[in-house]
Design a protein around this ligand. Structure first.
Ligand SMILES: NC(=O)c1ccc[n+]([C@@H]2O[C@H](COP(=O)([O-])OP(=O)(O)OC[C@H]3O[C@@H](n4cnc5c(N)ncnc54)[C@H](O)[C@@H]3O)[C@@H](O)[C@H]2O)c1
Length: 423
């Protein structure tokens, strides 16, 4: 999951060598031709589309907001940056090679040269800021989560509907390299029916993490202080919603806390470090999601998809690499087109998606499973070609809202609750 995308030439030849030696070349080769004609390739932008339109971006939030690649996209110009903090404004100016900086989002959105804004402020403010941008006539890409309450979800949807502007949620798990492969396998029908999925976002909050995330530069508490796990569900929920398009319609969730003083008197009235939910999907499938902040685990954002014909296991923090398991007797075609019995269990390594899907200038090493260049390009490509982005408002809400209801369920001791679908 944490695989870094090193120099593409080196990585390409290393990978080809690995495939040759491990006999996995067939899986990779079979993916490529399908991908080149797939709707994902077109929607995603293969780098072959040549819209000459330039999108002028305003980037707000110099923490995680500085981790993207706006300055490398051929269809993007970074017009302006903003943060309330001077050090972070300067950081954004350096990263994106942009001299124009505003002291706040509220000032930046008055700039008529800005077409679209990347909102990377704290989670409780995403809706307030995204709505302000849209009301000022700007398209929006927002950090996760899209919203943290049902009232916010409705406000966001209303702003999108009334302005008709484009909205995208920058969910990194959506473009993890195994997840891109999973979407390709799904389109090809390789899984059969995915009847059960497990997904988890495990982010250990040790002392150093708490110090870094829960306290601001002047020792003040940040929005992350005791943030309820299920209000941050998207790194896990996207791994099913973003694969099959299913909607999560019911949930029962159990929370765990230990009475730690840190969990007393927080603005969310949250008493849980960890929450685990069992969702029912609109196809009647089961989906187990865990969001954990405290315990004996390694950090990860991963899924395991159980299909009637094939299952796929994301790499785990416990040493297991990505693995495919098939039911016995499955057949597949080799490079020459001959049928052969597929291995029941085999290690899986995603193909070089950046080389296949991104413009040359954007094939860089990106964090969060290599997802950041993909998110950058998807948003710009959608605007340049006047289409809705992959994680549009409806997908964003379908990924975010189930967590809001799951947290409500946990607060009521795990009672089964209906999840409203907003589209
Ligand atoms: N994998 C992922 O998808 C991922 C990873 C990290 C963070 N995030 C999300 O990205 C967002 C940003 O994360 P972060 O760690 O940088 O948070 P942060 O709280 O450290 O940074 C937010 C920044 O926004 C600035 N800001 C707030 N209001 C502003 C305004 N009105 N005008 C200008 N600037 C303003 C703040 O000064 C601050 O520097 C969060 O919502 C977080 O949930 C997502």
């Amino acid at each position: 999951m944490k695989e870094e995308l090193v120099d593409r030439e080196t990585r390409g030849s290393t990978r080809r060598e690995f495939l040759r030696r491990s006999g996995l070349a067939i899986a990779g080769a079979a993916l490529v031709p399908n991908l080149l004609v797939s709707s994902e390739s077109r929607a995603q932008g293969s780098g072959m589309e040549k819209s000459s339109k330039k999108i002028r971006m305003g980037i707000v939030g110099g923490g995680f907001g500085a981790a993207f690649y706006w300055h490398l996209d051929p269809n993007c110009i970074v017009e302006a940056v903003s943060d309330l903090r001077e050090d972070r404004r300067n950081h954004l100016k350096n990263v994106y090679k942009c001299d124009k900086a505003y002291n706040s989002l509220e000032e930046l959105i008055k700039d008529t040269n800005v077409d679209a804004v990347a909102v990377f402020t704290g989670a409780p403010d995403h809706v307030k800021h995204a709505v302000a941008c849209m009301k000022a006539g700007k398209h929006v890409i927002s950090a996760v989560p899209a919203c943290i309450s049902m009232e916010q979800a409705e406000q966001l949807l209303a702003a999108k509907k009334s302005t008709g502007l484009k909205y995208m949620m920058a969910e990194t798990s959506y473009y993890h390299q195994t997840m891109i492969s999973a979407r390709q396998f799904y389109k090809e029908g390789k899984f059969g029916d995915i009847y059960y999925t497990e997904a988890e976002y495990l982010h250990p909050h040790d002392e150093a993490t708490i110090k870094a995330l829960w306290y601001g530069p002047n020792g003040e508490r940040t929005w992350r202080w005791a943030f309820p796990p299920m209000l941050y569900p998207t790194h896990a929920t996207s791994l099913l919603v973003g694969l099959t398009g299913e909607r999560l319609v019911e949930v029962s969730c159990i929370g765990w806390g230990d009475g730690d003083p840190a969990l007393k008197g927080n603005p969310y009235n949250n008493e849980f470090w960890n929450e685990t939910a069992l969702f029912k999907t609109d196809k009647g499938h089961a989906f187990r999601v865990s969001i954990n902040w405290k315990g004996a685990f390694g950090g990860c954002e991963r899924a395991q998809w159980y299909g009637s014909k094939m299952s796929l296991f994301d790499p785990s923090a416990n040493g297991m690499g990505a693995i495919i398991r098939r039911t016995s007797g499955q057949m597949e075609k080799d490079e020459a087109g001959f049928a052969r019995a597929a291995a029941e269990l085999e290690p899986f390594s995603p193909p070089n998606w950046p080389e296949m899907l991104l413009p040359k200038s954007m094939r860089v090493s990106g964090g969060h499973g290599g997802s950041e260049p993909f998110l950058t390009h998807e948003f710009i490509d959608a605007l340049a070609n006047d289409r809705e982005p992959a994680i549009d408002i409806y997908e964003a809400l379908a990924i975010t809202v189930p967590g809001i209801i799951a947290h409500k369920s946990a607060c009521k001791g795990g009672v089964q609750m209906k999840v409203p679908t907003l589209g």
